[in-house]
Design a protein around this ligand. Sequence first.
Ligand SMILES: *[C@@H]1O[C@H](CO)[C@@H](O)[C@H](O)[C@H]1NC(C)=O
Ligand SMILES: *[C@@H]1O[C@H](CO)[C@@H](O)[C@H](O)[C@H]1NC(C)=O
Length: 272
Amino acid sequence: MASGLGAPLLLAVWAALEVAGFLEVEMAGKTQVVFLNDDVTIYCKIPGSPLLDSSIMGVMWFRKIQGSAMEARLFEYYGDHQAAFRPGASVPLELLERGDASLRLPAIQLREAGEYRCEVVVTPQKAEGVIQVEVVASPAGKVTLDQAPTKENRYVRVVCKSAGFYPESINVTWEKWTQKAPQHLQISEGIFTGPPVKNEDGTFNVTSYLMLKSPVEADGAIYQCVVGHISLHTSQRFSLPAIETAESATGNVFGNNFYSILVATAVIGLIF
Ligand SMILES: *[C@@H]1O[C@H](CO)[C@@H](O)[C@H](O)[C@H]1NC(C)=O
Ligand SMILES: *[C@@H]1O[C@H](CO)[C@@H](O)[C@H](O)[C@H]1NC(C)=O
């Protein structure tokens, strides 16, 4: 009686082992962050793999379609068949034979972010791995003086522009460095930061303004725009080039301070 149940059970266990097998693949963690327009490699590797025969192997790559349960097929290889449904997608065969089924994607775009799945077959075994791919873009920034100070202008406007970043969330702050207190002081007044504007490629720009009295509180202070974004390891800092006040240009009492601003800018330049 027991043997009547035992045989199918054993068969089922064996079949499960056969399908799931001992084959497994490793991804680069739960999430892989890549940069917009980079040629990227989405990892999927058989750990400790011996040299394999690619003629008994297959690999398929999919990306989940956003807001749907469906997947788009990106690449497939099996037997002597190979197809890239995403232009330029590839899995080099010489790497596949060493157990590396990683997908190469040239010039990745923002819309290609999402869940990727690799399916690897080494007949008769099969394994799959899933990973979230995030596409980010770092801001390109610069600080400029909107309006050169003149005798008539009591204020100057400093402009900090960050362009081409993704995702939208960004922090722009302003700091002041003086020789008297050699640490940075966060500025809280006279700042206006506009809302991020969207570019055609899906990235964003933001502009922040700092109003300063003219002649710029010429105590050898350096003004910096500090930009924090998820794509950056450390904040970007942009220093305002030395402001040439109307007075310093004609070489009067501000001449000395103008010189110290230049020196301080050079020192800051060395630190960063
Ligand atoms: C964003 O900044 C770039 C570089 O300065 C500029 O070419 C582009 O026109 C800006 N986009 C928008 C929407 O203002
Ligand atoms: C912006 O600053 C806040 C507060 O310091 C921080 O929690 C957040 O992670 C920052 N965001 C970015 C995108 O750097």
